[in-house]
Design a protein around this ligand. Structure first.
Ligand SMILES: [Zn+2]
Length: 449
């Protein structure tokens, strides 16, 4: 009896298994039909003569998640001169703005948001001069949803305007003290004027990512139908959206508004670049970024990081001259009187210094023939100076070998080991790196002392 029951169960299980495998096969066939052609990966895009990133980035299972637009349609809308200047303490002169605009143009940025003409006469003049200079990129201005602001932008001669309005109920009520209807009415009036004046109109709803979803979706649909927009900025004013929520936001917005979308993500949680990448991978076309991520509070998505990630990790070249990144960042830092951590990605001042004895050994072995064993990209790809072996607490025997060559000196193995020990002590006492003179003194004391 027991056996029979067991047997019965086994048969049932087998039937179930066969059914399950048939269902699986059927679903696989269906999926096969549904799955679009996989992007073709030619060669080894993860390893070129300029970079070496993870090959996992290019696995078919990874690639099938993306819906990036063609590279020619992805554009950088630089906001260094507007959102960047809103970082507390930054105040550009007219000349500063011109110099930065020229450098952005030289780097191949597609669009420059030059500022809000209503802020000062200096800003208005700077915007006009950048328009007249005709450096190459499209020139945009930033305006509130006010008739006077839009008219002023038009007088500056810009091609387009980013028009802002608060879009979360709480910000409208609490921060502006408005009735909700006012935000709607002002947006319709201002955007229709933009259209009438022939300005490319990017409607910019502040704090969209913290708005009630349905209220926000109704709002954008109303402005898109009763007002006007050529593109809609997807705005995460306070950096509070998670990377996993971005595709959902984009999808819901797309269901209501059939316009190009421009991700504008802040970096309060360090997600600005990741969120922008994901938005592009969802089909958005114009990324709002600043040089080295300057901007209000924690700043905006950093252009250098976004562009280099697109190029190396996703194989998407949007035509930006990455070799200009270091000098562009340095110029913006100088003119904005800002500093960055010395190990900041791509543009940090000590990014390519090597102190560790172990890594110094790699450098000495690899720098001539296999430089990409030392980092994910060549320093020259981003305009950085070459890798340099420095002398400090973590230094080892190969660091000493390097510096002995530098000062054109020699020492026995025993002496070199003694030098390493003295270097470590001196570095701890100094709480920093040693300079050449300090190293030379240690060398003299060991070899000739
Ligand atoms: Zn912003």
């Amino acid at each position: 009896m027991t056996k029979q029951v067991k047997k019965g169960k086994t048969v049932k299980k087998m039937v179930k298994k066969v059914k399950a495998s048939k269902t699986l096969m059927a679903s696989q066939t269906r999926e096969k039909k549904k799955t679009p052609a996989m992007p073709k990966v030619r060669g080894t895009p993860w390893k070129t003569d300029k970079w070496f990133v993870s090959p996992w980035n290019y696995e078919p299972e990874v690639l099938k998640q993306f819906k990036f637009p063609p590279a020619k349609d992805i554009k950088i809308h630089d906001i260094t001169l507007r959102d960047g200047e809103q970082q507390a303490g930054i105040a550009y002169t007219r000349e500063d703005k011109l110099r930065i605009a020229k450098a952005l143009a030289d780097a191949g940025v597609h669009r420059i948001e030059t500022g809000m003409p209503a802020v000062s006469k200096e800003d208005e003049d700077a915007i006009k001069e950048i328009v007249q200079a005709n450096f190459g990129p499209e020139v945009f201005a930033f305006s509130r949803c006010m008739v006077s602001d839009v008219k002023l932008a038009k007088e500056c001669g810009v091609k387009g305007v980013v028009v802002e309005i608060p879009s979360s109920e709480h910000i409208i009520k609490h921060a502006y003290g408005w009735e909700l209807k006012k935000a709607v009415d002002l947006s319709i009036e201002a955007t229709l004027l933009c259209k009438e004046l022939g300005l490319y109109t990017v409607w910019f709803p502040i704090d969209a990512s913290r708005a009630d979803l349905n209220w926000f979706l109704d709002l954008i649909e109303e402005i898109a139908t009763k007002g006007h927009m050529d593109a809609l900025a997807v705005v995460d004013t306070f950096g509070g959206i998670s990377p996993h929520a971005v595709p959902y936001l984009i999808k819901k917005v797309r269901e209501r508004v059939k316009k190009p979308l421009e991700p504008h993500f802040h970096d309060d949680f360090g997600m600005g670049v990741a969120n922008t990448l994901i938005a592009l991978a969802c089909g958005c076309t114009v990324a709002h970024t600043t040089v080295t991520g300057i901007g209000e509070r924690a700043g905006n998505a950093a252009m250098e990081e976004l562009v280099l990630a697109l190029l190396t990790m996703y194989g998407i070249d949007i035509g930006i001259k990455t070799e200009q990144f270091y000098s562009l960042s340095k110029l913006v830092r100088e003119l904005s009187h800002t500093t960055i951590p010395s190990n900041r990605p791509i543009v940090g001042e000590t990014l390519l210094n090597v102190e560790s004895g172990i890594v110094a050994s790699w450098v000495r072995r690899c720098r001539a023939e296999n430089p990409l064993e030392l980092g994910p990209f060549l320093p020259s790809l981003v305009g950085q100076k070459p890798v340099e072996i420095v002398m400090g607490k973590s230094s080892g025997i190969d660091c000493v070998a390097e510096w002995l060559e530098r000062i054109n000196a020699d020492a026995s193995l025993e002496q070199r080991e003694a030098i390493v020990q003295k270097v470590k002590q001196a570095s701890i006492a100094k709480k920093g790196l040693l300079n050449e003179e300090e190293f030379r003194k240690i060398y003299e004391s060991v070899v000739h002392g």
